[in-house]
Design a protein around this ligand. Structure first.
Ligand code: PGA
Length: 258
């Protein structure tokens, strides 16, 4: 099964020039096989990167979006970007519900649900992030994620028809993300167990969804193979390492399993 590797640049790099350089390093990689590469860049770099991506196979993602598609000329949302604006620019994916936005920007499940619906309507592909902030027991973690999925996907897909591959779930155990002060390394076994849980939870009739499930905890070229060698883990959302030369190594490992 082809893997998907998503670079989450977060609020980096600090200049357009550096964004261009960083993107260029990834764009140079040859023989991708079926590995899909997506770069989730800050809004202000997307237009330039879309133009550069035409010469490569790399796709672009936004890191967030507004929960509405206001009519032309409407929309009292100073500072926001709508799903239609992204779609019209040529952006293919959007990350929704990243743990940093849930925690630091107080994004709620209700907002996330509306963002997913508005993005699906606009024809964007959605990368929905879910994950437990703390790890006490696996049972509690599953319960936490079940509730997140229920709220975030409320009314979907009963009321909105999703195209194939229009939804990806990124399982990000928040306690294992590098920007978290007390981050602890996760294990592929844990990630596999949670991935299977998410897939099984979304399969039955109530959802009837078969999204790709990828791993969103901290990865680097040193540990990613342990995750990607499992068929069920269909890719990774890479944060810090996507800003370094390690990203090329990560992609090369993904190629082996695609
Ligand atoms: P990290 O971040 O790879 O830097 O741990 C992952 C993420 O937040 O998407």
């Amino acid at each position: 099964m082809p893997k998907i590797i998503i670079a989450n640049w977060k609020m980096a790099p600090p200049s357009l020039q550096e964004a261009k350089k960083l993107f260029g390093e990834t764009a140079k990689i040859k023989n991708l096989n079926d590995t899909e590469i997506v770069v989730a860049a800050p809004f202000i770099y997307l237009e330039l990167l879309i133009n550069l991506s035409k010469k490569s196979k790399i796709k672009l993602a936004a890191q967030d979006v507004l929960w509405e598609n206001p009519p032309v000329g409407g929309g009292a949302y100073t500072g926001e970007i709508s799903p239609n604006m992204l779609k019209n620019l040529g952006v293919e994916y959007v990350i929704i519900g990243h743990s940093e936005r849930r925690q630091n920007l107080k994004e709620t499940d209700e907002m996330i649900n509306k963002k997913i619906i508005a993005s699906v309507k606009a024809g964007l592909k959605v990368i929905l992030c879910v994950g437990e902030p703390k790890r006490n027991s696996i049972k509690q973690a599953k319960n936490y994620i079940k509730k997140q999925l229920e709220k975030d996907l409320k009314g979907i897909p009963n009321n909105y028809k999703l195209k194939t591959n229009q939804l990806i779930i990124a399982y990000e155990p928040v306690w294992a993300i590098s920007t978290n002060k007390n981050a602890k390394p996760d294990t592929p076994e844990n990630a596999l167990q949670m991935t299977k849980f998410i897939k099984n939870f979304l399969k039955p009739k109530t959802y009837n969804l078969k999204p790709k499930v990828i791993y969103g905890g901290s990865v680097s070229s040193k540990n990613i193979e342990g995750f990607l060698r499992h068929e069920e883990i269909e890719g990774a959302l890479v944060g810090g390492a996507s800003l370094t030369s390690d990203f090329v190594k990560i992609i090369k490992i993904a190629q082996k399993y695609s």
